[in-house]
Design a protein around this ligand. Structure first.
Ligand code: G6P
Ligand code: MG
Length: 207
């Protein structure tokens, strides 16, 4: 049996993609760049600066590092306003019973999110206390590098091979496989080929 369960946050515990989309779209509109929901879909699991780079690559103009820093800060300020509205009601179906069941079986619980807003989001969802460890992405190379999952495993003192991890992004699933954890993909069927097991939603796991 697994000794730790490691969760991605955005798209697994709660759906923040519409907020990211709204905030990136606002920036794109200001810059005259066409940015669609499909483009946003490609940014799942991709960290803030890399997401900005990919958005800017959809346009013609090139920007300085200073300009990019300012754009990322603006996007984040707007995103932070949007996620203020998160409450426990925004926890995705199946998450609470799954966390309960795992905790009851003494499985350690950790978060491995690329988001620097992870703590704010968990606080809004009133879930902070449910996790034994929240890995800090500050010094982690971004997914698909395995860093953040390794930090999470280290944080709960469980060897990676004894961890099960849940992800909704391809980059995240690659990270999980790269450190030999059992990977569960959550969401689209196309994720199946990157994972060891697949569910559309976490409530499918409940017996
Ligand atoms: C998650 C989301 C990405 C987001 C990244 C960084 O991985 O899926 O869409 O870009 O976190 O989020 P942040 O809150 O730090 O900008
Ligand atoms: Mg995600």
């Amino acid at each position: 049996a697994y000794k730790a369960a490691i969760f991605d946050l955005d798209g697994v515990i709660t759906d923040t993609a519409p907020f990211h989309f709204k905030a990136w779209k606002k920036l794109a509109d200001e810059l005259g760049i066409r940015f669609t929901e499909e483009d946003n879909e490609q940014l799942k699991g991709v960290d803030r600066m890399e997401s900005l780079e990919r958005l800017l690559a959809l346009g013609e103009h090139r920007y300085s590092d200073e300009e990019k820093q300012a754009m990322a800060a603006d996007k984040n300020a707007y995103y932070q306003q949007l996620i203020e509205q998160l409450t426990a009601e925004d926890i995705l179906p199946g998450v609470m019973p799954l966390l309960d069941q795992l905790a009851k079986n003494s499985v350690k619980l950790a978060i491995a999110s690329a988001s620097r807003n992870a703590r704010t989001i968990l606080n809004g969802l009133q879930l902070t206390d449910r996790f034994d460890y929240i890995a800090d992405p500050t010094y982690a190379r971004s997914k698909p590098a395995p860093d953040i999952f390794l930090y999470a495993a280290y944080g709960v003192k469980v060897h990676p091979t004894q961890c099960i991890a849940f992800e909704d992004s391809i980059a995240g699933l690659q990270a999980i496989k790269d450190c030999s954890m059992f990977a569960v993909s959550v969401g689209h069927d196309d994720l199946r080929r990157y994972s060891d097991a697949h569910v559309h939603r976490l409530d499918e796991l409940l017996t």
